[in-house]
Design a protein around this ligand. Structure first.
Ligand SMILES: [Zn+2]
Length: 417
């Protein structure tokens, strides 16, 4: 019997060796008028116990059994009901009674710990409530109750990291939710229901002492989020780092804008230059030093044989403002790539306005010159946050959006823990 018990327990993923005489049978139950096929797992919970928990004497004797019902996690959608006969004991000395206990069971609960753990591990994988319910074989309401009402979310993180990333994402009802993660470990630090400066400032000042906040060394931000003042107020010693990918992205978008505007002004839609600027736009984003200027190949779009460099030159030779935007973008990209702070400063301060989208991009960088400089000097960026925000977006998509912000935040904390 022993080895058969072990195989069944193993198949059911139960890790309590005191559960014995296990048998599984098919059964039918009627639930709200519907007949359901279920599996019933019968077993006994027994072990020898001699010392009385009340009086401490070695006077316990076996005293019958008591049956408990609990739900096990399902692997195939079929419900598994555990009917467990628990050994009872009676103390011959003081007359008190006690019973055998299994770690599988939760006190006053018909769910086993097994189910609870399965729910949490599936929630971490961004499964929806209804898929969790279906796979485990319990109701969506029970899943919701276990996930949301029994989880206590700490109001602050235990240890405020020295290097942080700040950003925001669209959450429930299109409200922007603020997010901060540890720049080194990528662990979630804070989720704040909105992104108002007042809410963020109050949250950090109320949750963390001044000395904790003074210990923060860097905060990476995106330029369009405007967290500069907030960061200075919360963390008096922190240096702001503008995300370097964001800097490149800002100029890359400006380059595209200039290209599209130049394209609109071209009279001949069948000209080489039109075809080049319209379909081979990716070439302008290649780092200049990687552009091939020796090997001739067929360039789709222009539909001619030439080098990549030739293809790029078609537009830059003809349109001076596009050439300027291209050169500016290339210098910014190179300075960020090689941490070349002199080139970065030269490009930003030497830029001459020409009435294009690049003006706006460079003006933004000029206004934030010191923070932009840090992106060359310090190793931090908002890159890690993209992974986290990606996970959040996946969760949101899977769940067709959350209506309840608290639930959404709890789920995010689960997947980012
Ligand atoms: Zn006793």
């Amino acid at each position: 019997m022993m080895s058969q018990d072990n195989s069944i327990l193993c198949a059911l993923d139960i890790k309590d060796n005191n559960i014995k005489n296990v048998s599984v049978k098919d059964a039918k139950i009627k639930k709200r008028g519907v007949i359901k096929h279920i599996k019933i797992v019968n077993a006994e919970l027994s072990y020898s116990l001699h010392r009385c928990p009340q009086c401490g004497m070695n006077t316990l004797v076996k005293n019958g059994k008591r049956t408990t019902n609990a739900r096990l996690a399902s692997f195939n959608g079929i419900e598994y009901h555990l009917v467990l006969k628990k050994q009872r004991f009676l103390c011959r000395n003081c007359g008190s009674t006690c019973g055998a206990h299994s770690d599988l069971l939760i006190k006053n609960h018909t769910m086993t710990k097994q189910i609870k753990n399965r729910i949490f591990s599936m929630a971490k994988e961004s499964f929806t409530l209804s898929s969790i319910a279906k796979i485990i074989g319990i109701s969506a309401n029970t899943v919701s109750r276990i996930l949301y009402s029994n989880t206590k979310i700490p109001t602050r993180c235990v240890h405020l990291p020295e290097n942080l990333c700040f950003d925001e994402f669209r959450s429930v009802k299109n409200i922007f939710t603020f997010i901060a993660i540890d720049a080194d470990t990528h662990r979630l630090v804070e989720l704040i229901r909105n992104r108002l400066s007042k809410t963020i400032t109050e949250h950090f000042i109320n949750s963390y002492s001044l000395s904790e906040r003074q210990a923060v060394k860097t905060v990476s931000i995106d330029l369009n989020a405007n967290y500069q003042l907030v960061v200075h107020r919360i963390f008096p010693n922190a240096r702001i780092v503008v995300d370097r990918f964001h800097i490149v992205q800002l100029c890359s978008r400006a380059l595209d804008q200039v290209r599209i505007n130049s394209l609109k002004k071209l009279p001949d839609k069948k000209s080489r230059i039109y075809k080049a600027m319209k379909s081979d736009w990716r070439l302008y984003h290649l780092p200049e030093e990687d552009v091939d200027d020796t090997h001739i190949k067929f360039i789709v779009g222009i539909n001619e044989f030439m080098t990549i460099q030739n293809a790029i030159d078609i537009a830059t030779d003809e349109i001076p403002i596009f050439k300027e935007a291209y050169d500016t973008y290339q210098s910014i990209q190179r300075s960020i790539r090689y941490h070349d702070i002199d080139l970065l400063q030269e490009t930003i301060s030497g830029y001459k306005r020409n009435g294009t989208a690049m003006d706006t991009a460079i003006t933004t960088l000029r206004k934030n010159k010191n923070y932009v400089k840090n992106s060359c000097l310090l190793p931090y960026s908002n890159g890690p946050l993209e992974g986290t925000i990606g996970k959040i977006k996946k969760l949101k998509r899977n769940s067709y959006g959350f209506r309840n912000l608290e639930h959404f935040i709890k789920r995010i904390k689960l997947i980012c823990a």
